[in-house]
Design a protein around this ligand. Structure first.
Ligand SMILES: NC(=O)c1ccc[n+]([C@@H]2O[C@H](COP(=O)([O-])OP(=O)(O)OC[C@H]3O[C@@H](n4cnc5c(N)ncnc54)[C@H](OP(=O)(O)O)[C@@H]3O)[C@@H](O)[C@H]2O)c1
Length: 243
């Protein structure tokens, strides 16, 4: 097992990619904390994952609310692995973008993620070890119609990845990103509907991803297997950004 004795916090670990990452981490022996806003969904995810060899518990938190972000860091306690996965991704073309949805994206994906990391990192730095994995998107480095605000939030996260790698890696804390392509999750189907399958058809691999295919990349970057990798972005996008 690759994550024995490791404590991991996975934001948005109650559905989609985060849920599959939590499942893999528990299988690898980690003590996992998953977060999300909806407590019922959290309880269902904990029951679905089950215990063994590691364990999983849920902490309710809204990343768009800074008080809630602080409380999450406190309730999680010191962690060895932080997966910044929770995000808002409402679809809107630039001319149709509502201010409220724009704000929700930046509050959740940028501000919440930034201050959660700032709260969690000191314990890793004091320990001299840790791994932070940011979940971005292929759209952070491509023009995808309807995703301008969202893509910009993830481009900010890609920038954080580089800066945090520069700031934290000298103290033994690695920071990397996984940049997924279109992946079939509950959330993306609600927001993008059939559009996500269409996006998949245009890729070199000619299909969308399963959440577990993204989770495997998160596990790789979180685990000691990637011990000499920091500041990098692993594209898990069916070849989207290669063409
Ligand atoms: N699916 C794709 O095609 C795709 C492609 C590229 C990148 N990504 C990225 O992959 C990550 C996961 O996406 P997904 O498709 O797995 O999403 P998902 O199925 O919609 O799950 C999102 C998770 O985040 C939580 N969440 C959402 N807003 C939150 C908030 N304000 N505070 C706390 N938790 C929040 C949700 O729980 P609650 O709703 O209960 O809060 C849920 O656990 C995101 O960062 C997304 O941008 C996804």
């Amino acid at each position: 097992m690759e994550l024995t004795d490791q404590v991991a916090l996975i934001t948005g670990g109650t559905a989609g990619i985060g849920l599959e990452a939590a499942r893999l981490f528990v299988r690898e022996g980690a003590t996992v904390i998953i977060s999300g806003r909806n407590a019922e969904r959290g309880a269902a995810a904990v029951a679905d994952i089950g215990d063994g060899p590691g364990s999983v518990r849920f902490v309710a938190a809204d990343l768009a609310d800074l008080q809630s972000v602080g409380a999450l860091a406190e309730q999680a306690g010191p962690v060895d692995i932080l997966v910044n996965n929770a995000a808002a991704f409402p679809v809107a073309t630039t001319v149709d973008q509502s201010i409220a949805a724009f704000q929700q994206m930046f509050d959740t994906n940028v501000r919440g993620t930034f201050f959660l990391t700032a709260a969690v990192a000191p314990a890793m730095l004091a320990k001299g070890a840790g791994s932070i994995v940011n979940v971005t998107t292929m759209a952070a480095s491509m023009g995808v119609p309807g995703a301008s605000g969202y893509s910009a939030t993830k481009a900010a996260l890609a920038s954080f990845t580089r800066t945090w790698a520069a700031e934290f890696s000298p103290s033994g804390v690695r920071v990397n990103s996984v940049a997924p392509g279109p992946t079939i999750t509950e959330g993306v189907l609600v927001e993008w509907g059939d559009g996500v399958a269409e996006l998949g058809k245009g890729l070199p691999l000619r299909r969308t991803a399963e959440p577990t295919e993204i989770a495997e990349a998160i596990l790789f970057l979180a685990s000691p297997r990637s011990s000499y990798v920091t500041g990098s972005t692993l594209a898990v996008d069916g070849g989207a950004t290669a063409i």
